[in-house]
Design a protein around this ligand. Structure first.
Ligand code: TRP
Ligand code: SF4
Length: 336
């Protein structure tokens, strides 16, 4: 008998993952897969909500995300790893949810508003914002309730979506007078956000990210561009790690107490220049990532095995999904 609580979460497949994903989400998922019955999936339908006309890399992106996950320690023997589009029961659930979700709920979704704002600044016309994109939180709700998950481990940026999911679930239960679906709760961690090298939020589209799969040279090049103490103009100016916008925040993650003490002393006395400091930091980051990167390279040599993991996981997920779907149809009163 398995009485572990259930969690489920996913990521859109938009390309190789970066350290923001790693520290913000993946390390948490790796830990949680030991404590919960976990379902982790690649949201390739959600990727299509904005990239429906740019599908050349879809397959490659799914492969890259899977490799990143496995290399970082997501374990198919502990968690069910699956691909959203290989579990079509979720789409069927989405249809039912779309019938009961008020239009103004999705239109008010703040996360979605942000997404459309970004799309518009990138030159999107009215026609490029689609019905599918509007349904983003409804599809997310379908993902979550497919497994009747108790908790959804996500970053704060996803919390507004999950609020809508709770509302939709409550509405379903009210309308059909059942206690069928659980109201999902976000499971947040207090991991500090890792900034991008320019000091903004790390993101692939901002060109300020360090990829898990970057090679060591690329990593060093990127880190050498990291923002430091903006008041330290010249090499002999004394610096202050607390005002060092990016580089020192990385040190706090990748360095040990001894490193931090040393950097602090040498920065404030101007014994250490920023370029050398960052070169040293790059070495630390590369050392940290080396086993993950080596594992990723090994896994990439066997694309069939990687594919098999997704297919097997999706089969397992479908069994659960079928049960949930049948119960939902029963609750609604469908003929089947
Ligand atoms: N919206 C999430 C993201 O952008 C991906 C996602 C889709 C998701 N469905 C989900 C996350 C269900 C958690 C639960 O990364
Ligand atoms: Fe930041 Fe290091 Fe430069 Fe000090 S020496 S300001 S910690 S990069």
């Amino acid at each position: 008998m398995n009485n572990k609580k259930r969690i489920m979460s996913g990521m859109r497949s938009t390309g190789k993952l970066h350290l923001g994903h790693y520290f913000g989400v993946l390390t948490n998922w790796v830990k949680l897969q030991n404590e919960y019955e976990a379902f982790y999936f690649i949201a390739d339908w959600h990727a299509l909500t904005t990239k429906y006309n740019d599908t050349a890399n879809l397959k490659e992106n799914v492969k890259d995300v899977t490799l990143d996950w496995l290399a970082c320690g997501i374990d198919p023997n502990k968690a069910t790893i699956y691909l959203q589009s290989l579990v079509p029961e979720t789409a069927e659930l989405h249809i039912y949810l779309s019938m009961i979700t008020p239009q103004n709920w999705v239109e008010r979704d703040p996360t979605l508003k942000d997404m459309t704002k970004i799309l518009r600044t990138q030159g999107a016309s009215d026609n490029s914002i689609t019905y599918g994109l509007l349904g983003y939180p409804v599809l997310m709700t379908a993902d979550i309730i497919t497994f009747n998950a108790d908790y959804v481990p996500v970053g704060v940026d996803q919390v507004a979506h999950i609020e809508i999911s709770r509302d939709i679930v409550r509405r379903f239960n009210n309308i059909y007078k059942v206690e069928y679906f659980k109201e999902p709760e976000p499971l947040l961690t207090n991991i500090p956000l890792l900034k991008g090298i320019d000091g903004n939020k790390m993101g692939k589209s901002f060109n300020n990210d360090i990829k898990i799969s970057d090679d060591e040279e690329t990593t060093e090049k990127k880190i050498l561009k990291a923002i430091t103490d903006r008041n330290r103009m010249r090499r002999d100016d004394k610096g202050n790690p607390e005002n060092c916008e990016v580089a020192y925040t990385y040190w706090k993650i990748f360095g040990n107490d001894e490193d931090l003490r040393q950097i602090e002393a040498d920065c404030t006395s101007a014994k250490l220049g920023c370029a050398d400091c960052k070169r040293c930091l790059a070495k630390k980051v590369n050392e940290y990532l080396r086993p993950i990167r080596e594992k990723r390279i090994e896994l990439a040599k066997n694309p069939e095995t990687v594919k098999e993991i997704l297919i097997e996981g999706s089969k397992r997920a479908r069994i659960e999904a079928r049960k949930t779907l049948d119960g939902a149809k029963e609750a609604i009163g469908m003929y089947f």
